[in-house]
Design a protein around this ligand. Structure first.
Ligand SMILES: *Cc1c(COP(=O)(O)O)cnc(C)c1O
Length: 426
């Protein structure tokens, strides 16, 4: 059976298949660049694993206090060496990206300090962590104030506003690499480096933290190589490689990471406790696979942008732009198209493929949200997924795919659903 017959069995018509192949012929150079970055990052991860002498003992399960957990300590050295930092905290006890960020912030800010975001509003879930939306246990409740410098209308840093916002209480600067669900651009590690250099020139002792979610391994350097004191992320996104079942990481200077460890466990205990509960094999192997997995997700994002831009829809980033994270926004312009797109992504999922995504009210959103995902790990967004709030400009945020071929099939299925419903014409 040839591939187009296989695709027809999956419900993808020869016409949609041809449309995709036609787009792909123009993407060979882009894909070569993505592969080159993956190769570089693979070498980086492998070098860190060799240097730290990863062996079978590292995969042993520990329980209870988790004292002398060799594998846990080696994994943290592997992360630190890969991301070129002095220290790392990588734990299944860090429940998600928001938790990792909350630890990094609350560990390194004290009462009377001020937190500054020089890149506009932070990710939704951080609003309660910071206290922008009041919440018990927020930083605001503990006497940490917050200031924000918005980006300029063209998405660039507003250096005058940032200089004016830094004062003698400014202790920590939080920089979000990925646009998340906003419409601003995502930033490259080099751009973030310029911002950090500027902030440290204004105030040399200020700490700079980068929310690195969705950015790991997209380029050949991380923000930690550009002066960040901490980079923070989730293991059910890029660095878990799709295999890590849970976890988060904080990589950075020894003094920042020590404080994070004290905040995560308890003062005095720090990194000495925390049983691995059998999670280490998937955390090691997932990190090893992550450069390739991220490359697959990036190819999917570029493919989707090129398909939907050709069909006349605005894509962010656009079809030709350089990538700084794995998220692709497609402005579909109507609820019907969003639902058809998500139906296609869902139909292509290895888990729950028979389910129909329906819009639903979600905490923290002012509109109903539609989500398509059928993941091996609940909520994992390195696996193929799409979602978006049902409101202007009716944008779906598409990300992930554990393999390029799966991302490709998912995108073709989304297109097929739009074609079938008469919502686009090829
Ligand atoms: C995913 C994400 C987070 C954290 O989200 P969790 O769902 O808690 O893991 C924070 N910032 C950005 C930019 C993200 O993409």
């Amino acid at each position: 059976m040839d591939i187009s017959t296989m695709y027809e069995d999956l419900g993808i018509s020869p016409q949609v298949c041809r449309f995709g192949e036609d787009i792909l012929t123009g993407l060979r150079d882009r894909f070569d660049e993505i592969d080159a970055a993956a190769e570089y990052n693979q070498a980086k991860v492998l070098a860190a694993m060799r240097k730290n002498r990863v062996n079978a003992q590292c995969f042993a399960q520990t329980t209870g206090y988790g004292y002398n957990d060799l594998g846990r300590d080696v994994l943290e050295r592997v992360y630190a060496d890969t991301f070129r930092t002095e220290a790392a905290l990588v734990r299944p006890q860090i429940t998600c990206g928001t938790h990792a960020l909350a630890i990094a912030l609350s560990a390194n800010l004290r009462p009377g300090d001020e937190l500054l975001s020089p890149v506009g509003a932070p990710y939704d879930t951080l609003e309660e962590v910071i206290g922008i939306r009041p919440s018990p246990c927020s930083l605001a409740e503990y006497g940490v104030t917050y200031r924000q410098a918005d980006l300029k209308p063209d998405g660039s840093f507003d250096y005058d506003a940032i200089r004016a916002a830094i004062n003698d209480r400014t202790r920590l600067i939080t920089i979000q690499r990925s646009k998340g669900y906003a419409t601003r651009p995502s930033f490259s590690p080099a751009q973030i480096g310029e911002l950090i250099a500027f902030c440290k020139a204004v105030k040399p002792d200020v700490l700079c933290m980068v929310d690195n979610c969705y950015g790991e391994f997209v380029e050949t350097a991380e923000p930690s190589e550009y002066g960040a004191d901490m980079i923070v992320g989730s293991l059910i996104k890029n660095p878990g490689g799709g295999l890590a079942a849970v976890g988060g990481y904080i990589c950075g200077t020894q003094s920042c990471v020590d404080r994070c460890a004290y905040r995560l466990s308890a003062p005095g205990l720090g990194q000495e406790v925390g049983a691995n509960l059998g999670q280490l094999p998937s955390m090691f192997q997932g990190f090893f696979l992550a450069p390739t997995v991220v490359a697959g997700a990036l190819k999917g994002a570029v493919f989707a942008a090129n398909i939907y831009e050709r069909l006349g829809f605005r894509c962010v980033p656009d079809a030709r732009e350089a990538r700084h994270d794995i998220i692709q926004a497609v402005e579909l312009g109507s609820q019907e198209r969003m639902l058809a797109f998500c139906l296609g992504i869902q139909a292509a999922a290895p888990v729950d493929s028979y389910v129909t995504p329906v819009p639903w009210a979600m905490p923290g959103y002012d509109a109903e949200v539609v989500m398509a995902a059928g993941a091996f790990v609940q909520g994992s967004s390195i696996e193929l997924s799409a979602d978006g709030p049902i409101r202007e400009p009716y944008a779906v945020y598409f990300q992930g795919g554990l393999t390029w071929y799966h991302a490709k099939i998912g995108i073709l299925m989304s297109l097929q659903k739009l074609v079938d419903a008469g919502l686009v014409t090829l």
